[in-house]
Design a protein around this ligand. Structure first.
Ligand SMILES: Cc1cc2nc3c(=O)[nH]c(=O)nc-3n(C[C@H](O)[C@H](O)[C@H](O)COP(=O)(O)OP(=O)(O)OC[C@H]3O[C@@H](n4cnc5c(N)ncnc54)[C@H](O)[C@@H]3O)c2cc1C
Length: 398
């Protein structure tokens, strides 16, 4: 990636702003939040994110006409790097900013863009993603939640969608104001046909959110029950019945520039583990030292691959590149969790306090079990690579 003098100036501005603003009431937020720890200081992190937004540090890559800053790829990478390096807390508006926003910019009507994008950019409304169901995970086209149009109802009298079904593993649904929901709007349709992409308000009678307790003892994802939930007729993104195409576009946005920020977060974790290994003397064990060195090499490989993919011309891509990246980081992070347990030794097997008070390393180890599942499981990614990079026959879906 080419970095110009302007980019270096941009880096300086980001770094200075973060150093000046992660102080006072926000100083205690350093390192808070993130996978397995989203419960930490949630309200304070919302306030921090609004503070970031007010200073123009959200939605950097969105076009200016949609409330973004039209930042170059290099600038976005720099922002994520500096953000992670500063130890600033995990972002709360990720699903709106990185997934729904770009989808609305690509497929939304001007009214939808005006209604939703400013509130995402200002972190005034939080979103969750309603795709997976008990019978539709890897095989997402098996979605069975239905939405039926009832004419003549709703705010404008133009009609409303009535939604019935269940979603599961819905991250951050408890905190979300809205959900983008993949639902079957054509009765009797199968697979990717007859699905629509609906924007549904979460705070209504027809929706019940039930948190799922995870291995970490925390509850970030949830079951979401739609029991006659409603949304306005015009809150369909793309055409009615074309939701599969829109939903897949959202998934492609999921693997964007934020990956680099995630990698800086990984680097910080590895650095902390190296410090821990030095402090406890574990680093003198040649086997552990070798594993720490391997982890460092893995980070270098990941970063080089991510930069190459992000800067590549889409016309020359096989479509397997994001899957390679997903496999690299998911396995790497799980290995890091396991390595942390080895570095800490026997005490890592005992909770720090009753009844289930885990430290950061234990939580990382347990939560990273999920890394090879969400965002497309390892098996699914390998299937994509087999098809797209190697030209092997497409595997049958269940
Ligand atoms: C932390 C976390 C957060 C999540 N957040 C959200 C969210 O916000 N919104 C949302 O909609 N979903 C979310 N999910 C759900 C996630 O997308 C699914 O868990 C994932 O798609 C896998 O689906 P599944 O759990 O139904 O497993 P299944 O699809 O039932 O898979 C079970 C096992 O079978 C394997 N398998 C399945 N099909 C094949 C195949 N064709 N070939 C080879 N192996 C196969 C899988 O790899 C896996 O090992 C989240 C999941 C996690 C873990």
């Amino acid at each position: 990636m080419q970095v110009s003098p302007q980019d270096e100036e941009f880096r300086r501005r980001v770094r200075e702003w973060l150093a000046e603003n992660l102080t006072g009431r926000f100083a205690g937020l350093r390192g808070a939040g993130g996978p397995g720890r989203e419960h930490e200081a949630h309200d304070e992190r919302v306030a921090w994110n609004r503070h970031l937004a007010a200073a123009g540090w959200t939605c950097l890559g969105w076009p200016a006409e949609h409330g973004g800053h039209g930042a170059t790829l290099a600038q976005q990478v720099i922002f994520y790097e500096e953000y992670a390096r500063s130890g600033a807390p995990a972002r709360v508006g990720y699903l709106g900013e990185e997934l729904l926003g770009p989808t609305l910019i690509a497929f939304g009507t001007p009214e939808q863009q005006r209604r939703f994008l400013p509130a995402i950019a200002a972190v005034e409304e939080l979103w969750c993603q309603g795709y997976s169901e008990p019978g539709a995970g890897s095989d997402l086209a098996a979605v069975s939640t239905t939405a039926r149009l009832v004419k003549g109802e709703g705010e404008s009298g133009g009609g409303q969608w009535v939604i019935t079904g269940q979603k599961v593993w819905t991250s951050l649904a408890v905190e979300a104001d809205w959900c983008f929901v993949l639902a079957r709007t054509q009765p009797g349709s199968r697979r990717g046909e007859g699905l629509s992409y609906l924007l549904v308000p979460m705070r209504q009678e027809g929706i019940t959110v039930r948190p799922i307790r995870q291995l970490t003892g925390t509850s970030e994802f949830n079951e979401v029950f739609f029991d006659g939930a409603r949304t306005e007729r015009d809150l369909v993104v793309g055409e009615v019945g074309d939701g599969w195409r829109v939903a897949r576009a959202t998934l492609a946005f999921e693997r964007g520039v934020a990956t680099l920020g995630q990698q800086i977060g990984f680097e910080r974790e590895l650095n902390r583990l190296v410090d821990e290994a030095k402090r406890t003397g574990a680093a003198r064990d040649p086997l552990l030292a070798g594993k720490l060195a391997r982890a460092w090499i893995g980070l270098e490989v990941m970063r080089a691959h991510a930069l190459r993919v992000l800067a590549a011309d889409p016309a020359t891509a096989t479509g397997a590149e994001p899957s390679v990246l997903k496999l690299l980081w998911s396995r790497w992070h799980q290995d890091l969790g396991e390595l942390a347990m080895e570095v800490l030794g026997a005490p890592s097997m005992v909770a720090r306090g009753a009844p289930y008070d885990l430290d950061d390393w234990q939580r990382l180890f347990l939560f990273s079990r999920a890394d090879t599942i969400y965002g497309g499981s390892d098996e699914i990614q390998r299937g994509i690579i087999a098809e797209r990079a190697l030209g092997l026959p497409r595997q049958a879906r269940s």
